[in-house]
Design a protein around this ligand. Sequence first.
Ligand SMILES: [Zn+2]
Length: 176
Amino acid sequence: MLQRIPDRVDPWRLAEQEETLEGHLKLGSLPRLAPLLANADGEAAFVLTFGKDVRRRLVITLNVGAELILECQRCLEDMVLKVDSTVRLTPVRGLQEAEQLPEELDPIMLGEGEYLVIARLIEDELLLGIPSSPRHEQQNCNRQKSVKAHELPEAEPKEDNPFAILAGLQTGENDN
Ligand SMILES: [Zn+2]
């Protein structure tokens, strides 16, 4: 599953070595994510980089990419959600510490010397990328027709639409 990468790693040791880990993870092996998917056959690709920032804080940079197949909540057909997300995480021991972090860092609950479970970290990030009510883009949704009829007047301002002007001219000609 994880090619030559252990399930859990010591992030402090890897940060000393400025290590980068790269691998793939089967979506079906993630117990919280898999039940949310219409099809859990795919994989997530990840790159984890360990290092320290100028303040000597441990920083774990995670990039995770996956194509998640979800059920569109409008038409109930499969839809593909592309996730490509990068986060910079630093370990904290509590809420107070988390609140003091600069904006570019996200907290991860991890005690001193505690190991990092790679699959759990990746699963957390993928779960964050799933909207509470996933839907196709409107033009790609299989229920687009009924929805479009309702929303079209708002979507096309008349003044800027050359076809509207043309239509107006034609109406004028017809009147004569
Ligand atoms: Zn749909």
